[in-house]
Design a protein around this ligand. Structure first.
Ligand code: ZN
Length: 413
């Protein structure tokens, strides 16, 4: 409809049909995506803001954008593609958006480049499908995740390469026909993929969940990876009393960078030390609940995903510990923590605070409240305030002093 709303929203239900062609030799990719979207935001919108780190890291060029078959002009700024809808889309209305882009994968693993790279014998693509989001700055002084994305009920992906590669993907077991691999995922807020010519697939089953690990010769040991993944899945689901949300779980070895979570999948760097493998797999697996099942603004509220995931992982492993950095507020955006203390404050002090709350509330009330948070925001967006409010609501003791001290912007006077 004609008109101006000057508004977008994360409350847009979107399905994605995605085709990607990857030139293994050059790292050039061509992506064509059709987004079927329905405005569920309660008011009109006139643009969507799509997140893709290809826009920031991959020298993206957009070759065409249409809305309902009519050409519109998309603009790229930082990691956000803004697409005007050519009018307003009223609440409850649907449209189709088609967007085609080209980009080039980074040929190194430095800084954030490993997230979107062709290096070390592996192609790794994180946040590459332009996805319903909002404009969020990519830059941060640490390895925090600068993303917030809405969960999609269905994503279909077709990957074509120009030489034989094995694809590590989330969701249904991929169908391979020559150089074309297809798969489908449901209820995910991202689709991360890794490819290598020499990936070795190892499979297992935990509580009905199909686990697939992809490792390369000379890298991570598949038996150890599978054993820890099985231990993490059953241990975390048991502690939370919330089943793992999907039917499959994929673990992919990457050439570098950090451990990383994505819905139904985790990435583990090839260099992960044997002594750190159990922790890293438990931490990334815990994100399947805190980030995958219940999302949050990871850039503005890292406590909700990082502290919660790390606390649950360390609780299951029995490795909660004290922090090596000075006590700092836990209600800050990732941009406000230094590289040297981001982990020690948000993950470690965040876990300490959650454990202190657990002791105050008692185990039964604490875990029931945490479960309530996960159930209330299932495949939606939660956050630090919602998580802490669930604990307050489930507590018979006053959590005020702890919350005021550590979350002054949320619980200060
Ligand atoms: Zn994490």
């Amino acid at each position: 409809m004609p008109g101006v709303a000057d508004r977008t929203s994360l409350s847009i239900e979107a399905t994605y049909d995605v085709d990607v062609e990857i030139s293994v030799g050059t790292g050039e990719i061509a992506v064509q995506t059709v987004i079927g979207l329905r405005n569920e935001s309660g008011g009109p919108i006139d643009r969507v803001e799509l997140n893709a780190i290809a826009a920031r890291l991959g020298r993206m060029t957009i070759s065409g954008t249409t809305v309902d078959g009519l050409a519109v002009t998309a603009s790229v700024d930082d990691q956000t593609i803004t697409v005007p809808l050519g009018g307003i889309l009223p609440d409850g209305a649907s449209t189709n958006l088609e967007l085609t882009y080209r980009a080039t994968l980074k040929d190194d693993l430095a800084n954030s480049d490993w997230l979107f790279s062709r290096a070390g014998g592996t192609i790794a693509m994180y946040r590459w499908i332009p996805w319903i989001s909002r404009a969020i700055p990519f830059d941060r002084p640490n390895f925090g995740d600068p993303f917030e994305t809405s969960s999609s009920p269905r994503v279909q992906v077709r990957v074509t390469t120009d030489s034989p590669m094995v694809l590590a993907s989330p969701g249904s077991r991929p169908t391979v026909e020559g150089l074309i691999t297809t798969f489908e995922v449901t209820n995910v807020r991202d689709v991360a993929i890794v490819l290598a010519p020499d990936f070795v697939e190892t499979t297992g089953t935990v509580d009905g969940v199909e686990v697939r690990s992809y490792t390369r010769p000379g890298g991570l040991e598949p038996a150890r990876v599978m054993a820890q993944a099985e231990r993490a899945l059953s241990g975390i689901a048991g502690q939370l009393e919330v089943p793992y949300p999907w039917a499959t779980f994929t673990i992919a070895e990457t050439a570098g960078g950090y451990g990383m979570e994505s819905p139904e999948a985790i990435w583990l760097p090839r260099q992960t030390l044997r002594g750190n493998l159990a922790y890293l797999i438990h931490h990334e697996t815990a994100h399947q609940w805190f980030y995958g099942l219940v999302g949050n603004d990871q850039q503005a509220e890292p406590f909700a995903d990082e502290a919660a995931a790390d606390f649950v992982a360390r609780t299951v492993l029995g490795t909660l510990r004290g922090s090596r950095c000075v006590v700092a507020p836990l209600d800050r955006a990732i941009t406000r923590y230094s590289a040297s203390c981001y982990y020690e404050v948000v993950y470690i002090q965040g876990g300490e605070v959650l454990d202190a709350i657990r002791r105050h509330m008692g185990d039964a009330a604490f875990w029931a409240a945490l479960r309530g948070y996960l159930e209330d925001h299932r495949f939606g967006i939660g956050g630090t305030r919602a998580l802490l409010q669930s604990l307050v609501d489930g507590s018979t003791v006053d959590l005020g002093p702890i919350l005021r001290a550590r979350f002054p912007s949320l619980f200060g006077s």
